[in-house]
Every structure is written in structure tokens, then in C-alpha cells.
Design a protein around this ligand. Structure first.
Ligand SMILES: [Fe+2]
Length: 380
């Protein structure tokens, strides 16, 4: 059957300055501080040994491991990118971002009721304060953490890529070593929330983040935002934090940068050979453009390898597209069913609870269902 051209369609999007009448602009909030980088994520984990094994195969390096606490780093200069505290469950505790100075911490204490962290609380040292977001996740703002000596990454293979009219490699082969994909840095974390407007306002206020890409429901209301840090004229990753409206307060995934596509592929083989569970990939995202590969940790939490992401300066205008599953990747395997709406008893119970507590309206439920039920690949 011939493909119908009209169905082979990826929405081009709208610049924020030229939104159609029915699409609402994401409301902005004046920030208290501008975070300068995403430092590390914090988790509770029931089995630190299994967690450490997964993260090592995933490409992180152990900084310290005790019966109660696991600290991991990447190859970059950050002294820590992942911390797990031993507990009874597997859950996301929160994120730590760097801010420029002690002055920012004082501002957060006086204007946002932030609590000063004990001196030994921050892996890698430094000073910090703690806030709790509207969903109950921790947000640490830290400063004066001393960088550590980076571990050199191998030379990226794409520097010597051959192509039409572009011969860069003569009498030489591409043989990168079969090894875990060394993590350069922590790139982003994605959170689902029932209260999209409330969570986005809160994080814009306390991190100074700005929208790169916004996705909206069929009524034009924003429901997903890829936020980047405001680094002024310096380029920032397309997103350091993503917030998506849904039926739960939930960690979706976190993502870690590797050196190139070969690291993504070879790292995939290492994870597979060590019995870890693959989730999705390899493919290329649309928003952020990253090449990606998603894995489950031993407790079923999602971790993403990525490379070749977009970077924008602060003045780059946000783009708006309709929210649907087809919008999140350009090529690669189909998006797993687990990322779509789960129409089962557990979801039904969640919906009943949300309706009973008046946390969601029937209208919004219908809009969410309409957006997420659109076939991800209508031409297949
Ligand atoms: Fe991601």
C-alpha cells in the first residue's frame, strides 16, 4: 500500500512569538537564583550491591560504597553524580544543582525558607541548602564543591568519520574498545507530576530554568516542558530538567552523557552481556536531538545513555508542539508500550483517587488520553 504523504508528518512546531491563538504560552516566574549545573541525583535503594553493579556496567565509577551509602561519579570533574542511601524501597529522593555563590544560598534561606544542610551532607563537600518541591522531592542547591581530576575519555570516533566529499580517515579503521560507555556527566532528570503548572512555576522560581521546548494538550494548554539552565550567552544543554503532566508524582528517568555513538552501541553490548534489562533504543530524540539508549536499573527505574545533544544560549526562543508519543523520537525502535497510557485496574484506581481528591478534572483526563492515545507512528 502506498504511503499517504499527509500521514508522514512530524509537527514543525511554533516559535513562542508566533503561537496560534489556541496555544497558551507557558507562564514565566521571576527566579530567585539561576542554577549553573545539575550536580547529582539522590535515590533510596534496597540493594546497594546490585545498584553499584548496574551503575558500573552503565559506565559510572565508584567514589565510595558502605553498607548504607553509595556514591558514584562520571569521568568528568564532578565529584559525584549519583548517590544512593540504603532503605526499604527503591525511590527517587531528589536532585542537587550547583549555584554560583553563598549569596544564592542566603537568598534561598531568607526568601524560600530553605534549610541549611549539615557540613558533611554533600558528597564532594561544599555548602548547600535543602528545599522540598510541591511533590515532596528534595531539591538541594549547593556551592563551593571542589572539582576533581577528570578521567580522560577516549577520542570520539566521529572526528574521523568518512562521508561523501569528506574523507578524513585513510589507511585507518574504526575499532573502539568493547567497554562500558564511560559516563561524562549527568545530563538531565525527568519528573512526572499531577500539577504541571504548580511544579513548573516552583522549579522556575528556585532554579531559574527556561523553556527550550513546550508540548501542549489538544486544548492548547502546556503539559510538558524541556527546561534548560539560564547560562546567559554560554551554551546550555537543551534540557537539564523535564516536567511532564500526568497521573502520578513520579521519577521518569535520568540521562547521562557518553562520548559518541560507538560508546552508546558498545555500552549497550556490555549492559546486555551482563544481564541488564534494556528498555528502548538506540534512536534519536526530536526535542534535544540526542542519540539515546534506555536501560532499567535492578529495580526497574529508567536510566538513559545519550550523546550529541543540542545546546542553546539563553536567548534561543522556545518551540511549541502538540504533545503525543510520536513527537519524542525521530528514528529507532517504536516507543515501548510502558511509556504510553496504561489502561488497567491500577490506573483506574489512580484516576478515581485523583478525582475524589479533586486533583484532576474529567476534562483534563480526556485531554491527556486524547494526546497520549494518538498512534505514535500513524503511517505504520
Ligand atoms: Fe531523556
Amino acid at each position: 500500500m502506498a504511503l499517504q504523504k499527509t500521514r508522514l508528518f512530524t509537527h514543525p512546531g511554533h516559535r513562542e512569538s508566533a503561537l496560534p491563538e489556541n496555544v497558551q504560552k507557558l507562564e514565566r516566574v521571576n527566579p530567585l537564583v539561576n542554577a549553573t549545573s545539575l550536580a547529582f541525583l539522590m535515590f533510596e535503594k534496597p540493594d546497594l550491591v546490585a545498584t553499584q553493579k548496574f551503575l558500573t556496567d552503565f559506565g559510572m565509577q565508584t567514589v565510595s560504597s558502605t553498607d548504607d551509602k553509595l556514591v558514584m561519579r562520571g569521568s568528568g570533574s564532578a565529584p559525584c553524580i549519583y548517590v544512593a542511601y540504603r532503605g526499604t524501597s527503591s525511590r527517587y529522593l531528589g536532585a542537587a544543582f550547583n549555584v554560583a555563590s553563598k549569596h544564592d544560598l542566603m537568598l534561598l534561606e531568607s526568601q524560600a525558607n530553605a534549610r541549611r544542610l549539615p557540613a558533611d551532607a554533600i558528597p564532594g563537600g561544599g555548602l548547600g541548602v535543602e528545599l522540598i518541591d510541591p511533590a515532596g522531592n528534595l531539591l538541594w542547591l549547593i556551592t563551593e564543591t571542589k572539582p576533581i581530576l577528570p578521567i580522560a575519555l577516549r577520542t570520539p570516533t566521529h572526528l574521523l568519520t568518512n562521508g561523501p566529499d569528506m574523507i578524513q580517515r585513510i589507511n585507518a579503521t574504526v575499532r573502539p574498545p568493547l567497554e562500558a560507555a564511560a559516563i561524562n556527566k549527568l545530563g538531565h532528570v525527568v519528573l512526572q507530576t499531577v500539577d504541571f503548572p504548580g511544579m513548573t512555576r516552583w522549579y522556575m522560581r528556585h532554579l531559574g530554568i527556561i523553556p527550550s521546548d513546550v508540548q501542549y494538550l489538544p486544548d492548547g494548554s502546556p503539559n510538558l516542558c524541556f527546561f534548560r539552565l539560564n547560562l546567559g550567552t554560554a551554551p546550555a544543554d537543551h534540557h537539564a530538567l523535564v516536567i511532564v503532566g500526568g497521573l502520578e508524582e513520579k521519577y521518569e528517568h535520568s540521562a547521562y552523557e557518553v562520548v559518541d555513538l560507538d560508546a552508546l552501541g558498545l555500552g549497550h553490548n556490555i549492559l546486555r552481556a551482563n544481564g541488564h534489562r534494556h528498555m528502548w533504543g538506540i534512536g534519536r530524540h526530536i526535542q534535544g536531538s540526542q542519540l539515546f539508549d534506555y536501560w532499567f536499573d535492578p529495580d526497574g527505574m529508567e536510566f538513559e545513555h545519550y550523546t550529541d545533544g543540542d545546546v542553546f544560549t539563553a536567548d534561543y526562543e522556545p518551540n511549541y508542539t502538540p504533545l503525543n508519543l510520536s513527537g519524542i523520537w525521530a528514528w529507532g525502535d517504536d516507543v515501548p508500550k510502558s511509556m504510553g497510557p496504561q489502561k488497567n485496574v491500577s490506573t483506574l484506581l489512580t484516576i478515581i483517587k485523583l478525582l475524589f481528591k479533586k486533583k484532576i478534572s474529567l476534562k483534563r483526563l480526556k485531554l491527556l488520553d486524547q494526546a497520549m492515545s494518538t498512534p505514535a507512528r500513524p503511517w505504520l
